[in-house]
Design a protein. Structure first.
Length: 291
C-alpha cells in the first residue's frame, strides 16, 4: 500500500498517471487540515469545501470512496456526524511528504552524489518497474539504463523505499564524487529533464506570482477573506506539491541561469505563510457548523 500512498502524496496515481483535479484537491484538504493522521473531517464539510473549488458532491464522494478503498481514508465520526480521516498509520508518510513539499532542500556543489544501480531478471520485471518508478518519484536522474543518480542526502529516503519493498537483492548503492573530465552541468542536463521541470515552475510563477503581490499587503480577516484564502491556498498547494518530487534540489551551479525554481519557491513560501492560517480558520468554522 505504501508506494501507492507515496504516489498520492506526490500528486500521481501508481504508474505515473495524473490524478483528476478534484481527487488531488481532496488529498490536499486531508493533507493540510486532517492532521495529524486520524483527525476527522465531516463529510458535509468536505462536500462544501470542494464545492467552493467548483466540484459536485458526486465527484467528491467518488474520490473519498477510492481513497478509502486504497487504505488512505477511514470512516470516523465527528461529534455524531459522519466523517473521514487519514489512516493512523500514514502519518510517517505524510511527514516525509511535508518535508519535501514545505521545506525542500538544495544540495551544495561540494556534496557527494548517490548512485543506485539495479539489475532485475526479466522474469521479475515487475520489481524492475517498482525500482524505476520509485526512483523517478523521488526525483532521481537517469545516468544510464539501470543506473539512477541523486544528491547523497536522499540516501535514507531511497533506502527506506528499497527496504519496505524487499528490493535489496537487486540494488547496489554507491556514494561518489565526480572526478572525470567533462562539464558536470552538461551531464546534469542529460540526466534530468530540466526544461520540463523549469516549465512547471514557470507555470506556477505565472499563476501565483500576481496573487503573492496582492496578498502580501494588509489582509482583513472577515469571513469573505477567509473563504477566498481557502479557495486560493488549496489549488496552490495542490499544484506545488508535485514539484519537489520532480526536482531533487540540485546545486544551483548545475542549473540553467535564472532558474525559475528559485522564483517559484519564493512565491510559494510567501503565499503559504499568509494563506495557511487564514484558510485553516475558514475550514475550522465550516467543520464546526457541519457537526
Amino acid at each position: 500500500m505504501s508506494s501507492a500512498i507515496d504516489e498520492i502524496i506526490a500528486g500521481r496515481e501508481p504508474g505515473g498517471h495524473e490524478q483528476p483535479a478534484h481527487h488531488r484537491y481532496v488529498v490536499t484538504v486531508f493533507g493540510i487540515y486532517g492532521r495529524p493522521a486520524g483527525k476527522a473531517i465531516p463529510v458535509a464539510a468536505l462536500v462544501r469545501l470542494l464545492s467552493e473549488l467548483g466540484y459536485e458532491p458526486a465527484s467528491v464522494r467518488s474520490s473519498i470512496s477510492r481513497l478509502k478503498k486504497k487504505g488512505v481514508l477511514i470512516s470516523r465520526k465527528v461529534g455524531g456526524a459522519s466523517g473521514y480521516a487519514l489512516s493512523d498509520g500514514l502519518e510517517s508518510h505524510m511527514l516525509a511528504g511535508d518535508e519535501r513539499i514545505f521545506s525542500p532542500q538544495t544540495a551544495r556543489l561540494a556534496d557527494s552524489w548517490l548512485l543506485v544501480s539495479y539489475s532485475v531478471p526479466e522474469s521479475e520485471r515487475k520489481k524492475r518497474h517498482k525500482i524505476r518508478a520509485g526512483l523517478s518519484r523521488m526525483g532521481f536522474g537517469n545516468v544510464a539504463p539501470g543506473l539512477g543518480i541523486a544528491p547523497a542526502r536522499m540516501q535514507a529516503e531511497v533506502e527506506a523505499y528499497i527496504r519496505e519493498h524487499d528490493l535489496w537483492p537487486y540494488v547496489e548503492f554507491f556514494v561518489a564524487e565526480p572526478v572525470g573530465f567533462g562539464d558536470l552541468r552538461d551531464k546534469t542536463a542529460q540526466w534530468w529533464n530540466l526544461a520540463a521541470i523549469e516549465a512547471e515552475y514557470e507555470a506556477f510563477v505565472q499563476t501565483y506570482g500576481p496573487e503573492s503581490e496582492r496578498w502580501l499587503g494588509s489582509v482583513r480577516e472577515d469571513p469573505d477573506v477567509l473563504r477566498e484564502a481557502f479557495r486560493l491556498y488549496v489549488p496552490m498547494v495542490t499544484q506545488w506539491r508535485r514539484l519537489p518530487f520532480l526536482d531533487p534540489g540540485l546545486p544551483p551551479e548545475l542549473l540553467p541561469a535564472e532558474w525559475r525554481g528559485i522564483a517559484a519557491r519564493r512565491v510559494f513560501s510567501e503565499l503559504h505563510r499568509v494563506l495557511k492560517p487564514l484558510s485553516a480558520r475558514y475550514v475550522d468554522s465550516l467543520s464546526q457548523a457541519c457537526v
